[in-house]
Structures are given as C-alpha cells and as structure tokens.
Design a protein around this ligand. Structure first.
Ligand SMILES: *Cc1c(COP(=O)(O)O)cnc(C)c1O
Length: 462
C-alpha cells in the first residue's frame, strides 16, 4: 500500500516512510492511496477470532514491506501485557447499549492500543535500516504517558515528552516520571500546553536540529495510530453484529483520530453503522456537523481534558474523502482556515458528512449525571470522557440498533471528576497499585526553545 498526502503535492511514500515521518512535506496528512475492502467471506471468517488474529487481518493490507510473521509477533507482544484477556472487552450497559473498554493497557487510556504497537513497529523498521530516531512530543496527559510506556527501553529511539509543569493530573505525571529506562525523558515546561505544542512545532521547523537529531513524531496525526485503532471497531462489530447487522458507535472525540478509525473500518466492509461524534463544551466538530462551518473558538477547560482542543487535526483526513480525494481542494480549505480561522464546507461535502456521522454536545452537568446514573443502575464507574460518549449515545440511539460507546479511559485516571460525581475514587488496577510510591524523575525547563534543544542534544548523545 502506498500513501498519499491529503494536500496532494507531497511525494507518494510507502508504509515505512508514513510511519517514521508523521506529517507529509506539503503540510498534509498521509492516507492510503485507496481503502482496502475485505470480502464478506473474509470478514465472516473472523467472527469469534481473538483480538490479535483480527488485528493481523486488518493491518495486513496496509503495511507493505513489513514481514507478516514479524508483524504477528509484534501484535502478540503489544497486547500481551494488557489487563484483560480480550484486550478490548465489550460490557453491556442496558438493552441497547454497550461500552467498549479500551483502558486495559499500561497507561489506562485507549492510546495504548495504538502506541504499544507503534513502539514495536518503530524498533523493527529502524533495526532493519540501522537507524535511530529522537521522538519529541507535547502532551496534555494521555499521549505522552502512552508514548513513554511504548518506547521505554527501546534500543533505537530516545523519547522526549514535554508537558505543562503543574497542569496535568498526578496519575498522568507519575506515569511519565516513574519509568526508569535511560532513553525516556519527561520534561516539565514552565508554560501551558499550547507552549509545549509550540516548542515541538518550532523544533520540527528548525531544520538543522530536525535533521541532525533525526526527529520523529508519534502525535495523533501519525497514520499508524489511526490504523491500529481500526481493529477494535472490527472486533466489536463482529462480536455484536457479525456480518448481519450494523452497529452504531458513540466516540468521545478530540483530535478525530479515534472516530476516523471507525470510518475506515466501515470503508473496509465491517458492519459499522452511524458514527456519533461526542464532544464536550469544546464543540467545534458538533457545530460543523450542524452548520457546515468549521469555526475555531477559544478552548474551555472541562472535566474531560483529553478532549479540550480547538483544531481536530485528523478531520483533514475525512475532508479529503468528502472532497472526492482532491488534494488541491483540501489545501485550499486548510489555507482558508489558517487565514480566517473558519472554513465552509460546500453543500455536497456537508451532505456526505451528515450521511456518515451524527454528533452531540455534552455539558459538564450531563457528564456528571451520566457517571452517577450509570453507577446507580449498573455498578459500573465511567471516567468522564466515556460518560460524554454514553450521554451522546443516549441522545442519538436509533430504535433496534445496538450502540457501542468507546470507553477511552479508566476511571482511576481522572479521580477528581469521578469523586465529584459519586463521592469516591476508583482504585488503580493492582498491577500499578504502587504508582504513588515509585520515585519520580523529570527535568523542569523554561519555556525556551534553545534551552530545550540544548537539553535534548546533550541527553540524546549520552
Ligand atoms: C485522546 C483522548 C480522547 C480523544 O481522542 P481523539 O482520537 O483525539 O479524538 C478521548 N478520551 C481520552 C481519554 C483520550 O485520552
């Protein structure tokens, strides 16, 4: 499979380049040249198969150049440490609703499902090429911990994660500061998340630094993250509907990566029905579905920090399809967005968007109430992100169609919101019960590009 850019002018690359590069050189995102479609017989043959088996068949058409036995080994290794044998178990909430638990990985959020595999893929590809990379990323919490957990101890990568000093939860911080391996670095920046992101961007734009350090990116625009997330739409739709009936999904959405994976699963032939974009008060995507205008506003702090973003970077991948894969049209729209902070979707694109996606905006009070009511009715404790998803599911459910809400984080990861809702916290899973006792290791640096680059140069060389 070859990969092309959503903006149409970057050179076509193979899977390995798309994996290592992240962003295309024309500023666009890599997408496969065409969506592979699995035959109904093939899909039927996967009913009842373990997660790892489905993963291999979903990934197979996308990963040209990677040996299939090696890929199978990487998939087995990636999910062996998960806290549930099913990897991503489905739990029934009521007659129509299920929750897909995506939080059984090492950092208790769904990002582990992709990141654990990406760490192994990077190592495999870099080994074959005899190369090394320096991975830099900014995080408001979940991405950074998942990346550090995925790359700790890997021979061919150093990982530097920038996070805003004092502005992430204690669980999130400790997940980044307690790994002991020498190749991972947690950097507390004296600034906010936007400062961290701006620093990372500046490092990538400093071409001397970028080339000499061989910078790599694993942020949510890396195609491989979307790719690995297709698998759990496949396993859950097979479990509930097989090939016989379509299943709707409600997805707590920030950068549009997770829900875009559902779109790809549907394109590949899995029985995915409506995809509901569930947003918090930062509702740019909900407004876009309703009005056809994508308008950037200020970010509000909410109970669900992993969804507090303005610009959903992966939405560009959907725009590309909505625009009949015309890169020039997407480039023009993204230019418009950059200069005016809004873009309007032509009527045809709006119609196609609404044909495949629903949306709902869920406010704080409803999120809290959903955690309370779910607990009272079922005994299950939802994290606030998953509660946004379930609340949206209740709003958008269609009679007779099963609805799966993606549970994107473990309730122990967001103890403050859970305590606010039900008056108590959920304990951490036993395997990480000593998180609060482990010694922490981090470097506090000023919000200054030179200081950060100097630190990275020195440590990566050591
Ligand atoms: C990252 C994250 C999201 C948003 O996922 P996107 O792929 O950015 O849409 C939702 N919930 C949690 C807990 C997350 O960590």
């Amino acid at each position: 499979m070859n990969y092309i850019s959503t903006r149409g002018t970057a050179p076509v690359v193979g899977f390995e380049e798309a994996l290592l590069a992240g962003l295309a050189r024309d500023g666009g995102l890599y997408v496969p040249e065409a969506w592979p479609v699995l035959s109904p017989e093939k899909i039927k043959s996967l009913e009842g198969a373990p997660y790892e088996t489905v993963a291999l068949e979903v990934l197979r058409p996308f990963v040209g150049g990677v040996d299939m036995d090696a890929l199978k080994g990487m998939i087995d290794t990636a999910y062996a440490g998960f806290g549930h044998r099913a990897v991503a178990p489905l739990v029934q909430v009521d007659a129509q609703n299920w929750v897909l638990e995506l939080f059984h990985g090492p950092t208790l959020a769904f990002k582990d499902l992709a990141m654990q595999l990406i760490g192994l893929l990077f190592d495999h590809v870099l080994q074959a090429r005899d190369e090394r990379v320096t991975i830099v990323g900014a995080t408001s919490g979940d991405t950074g911990s998942a990346a550090i957990e995925a790359f700790r101890g890997k021979a061919r990568a150093d990982v530097f994660i920038l996070f805003p000093h004092g502005r992430i939860s204690e669980v999130q911080r400790r997940q980044m500061t307690t790994p002991t391996e020498a190749n991972v670095y947690a950097i507390a920046v004296e600034g906010d998340f936007d400062d961290c992101q701006a620093l990372v961007k500046a490092m990538f734009n400093d071409f001397e630094f970028r080339d000499s350090m061989r910078l790599g990116a694993i942020n949510s625009i890396n195609w491989t993250r979307v790719l690995a997330q297709i698998v759990y739409y496949a396993t859950s739709s097979l479990a509930l509907g097989g090939t016989g009936r379509r299943i709707d999904y409600s997805v707590p959405t920030g950068n549009f990566g997770d829900i875009f994976a559902g779109y790809v699963a549907r394109e590949m032939g899995f029985a995915v029905g409506d995809l509901i974009i569930a947003t918090n008060e930062n509702d740019i995507l909900h407004r876009t579905v309703q009005t056809g205008r994508y308008e950037i506003e200020g970010v509000t702090q909410t109970l669900t920090p992993s969804m507090d973003i303005q610009v959903s970077s992966n939405f560009e991948r959907l725009l590309f399809d909505l625009a009949d894969r015309e890169g020039a049209a997407v480039a023009q729209m993204m230019d418009e967005l950059k200069t005016t902070r809004t873009m309007s979707l032509p009527q045809g694109m709006q119609d196609r968007l609404r044909a495949g996606f629903g949306s709902a905006r869920v406010e704080r009070a409803t999120t809290v109430k959903t955690i309370q009511q779910t607990r009272a009715a079922t005994g299950m404790t939802l994290d606030p992100h998953s509660a946004v998803g379930l609340a949206a599911a209740y709003q958008k459910a269609r009679p007779g169609t099963p609805m799966v809400t993606l549970a994107t984080a473990h309730p122990a990861k967001f103890p403050d919101a859970v305590r606010e809702a039900i008056g108590e916290e959920t304990p951490l899973p036993e395997r990480m019960g000593d998180l609060y006792e482990r010694p922490e290791r981090m470097t506090i640096l000023p919000n200054d590009l030179t200081a950060i680059e100097t630190f990275i140069r020195k440590e990566a060389a050591s």
